[in-house]
Design a protein around this ligand. Sequence first.
Ligand SMILES: [Zn+2]
Length: 248
Amino acid sequence: MPSSGTTLHTHDLLLGQQVVPYQLLRSKRRSIGFLINDHGLRITAPNWVSQAEIHSAIISKQRWILEKLQARKERIAQPAMAPAAIADGSVLPFLGLPVTLQVRYGKSSHFDEKTATIVLNLPADASQEKIQKHLLLWLMNQARRRFSERLPLFAAQLGVQYHSFSLSNATTRWGSCNSQGKIRLNWRLIHYAPHLIDYVLVHELAHLREMNHSPRFWATVQSVFPHYATARAELKQQHVGSLPQLHK
Ligand SMILES: [Zn+2]
């Protein structure tokens, strides 16, 4: 949601055993509102309500909040989705291009750029399940490698330091970043063109300068990724949990 003129602050609150990060939005509304969205918990409160009052409102709502957050977590943790009926000869998107899957025993699994082939090191009679599993792990590895190469570059350009990154299997979001500098990135991004991956990395890193989507945040993104708006629009057309539509 575009937030012009409003400021979002990220806070942490301990609910039971769980640290629950939440974003606080001050507004002219008359009561405290709760929302669970792609960024987690968001609370909207009137300007005149104190932090202590907000906390007691959260605590009185904690059951609802924890249940909702849990439900969201479960949705995200759904089994990793591999392309249906993947087998030798299947075509799938990799870094934004259609590539052919080849099952060949011998050399370690790799991507052959010349022939646009992902070669999986498996016996010819490997079961479909095995092929899918192997492919998934391989793709995740590629994603991890790419993220770990690109993140430091953009972090340096933005002048930020992140704590760590991990792969996510979310079906609702491409990435996230918390105030501790822990970044989560969707491994499925590896299906997409390099500039789209870079955009997500820059977006999450830029949150280390601005924990919101204010004009200042977008200016930060733009400072290292001038064409962010096109990349953002392209990604918006995609469903996170499914394979990208390849544009020819
Ligand atoms: Zn964001």
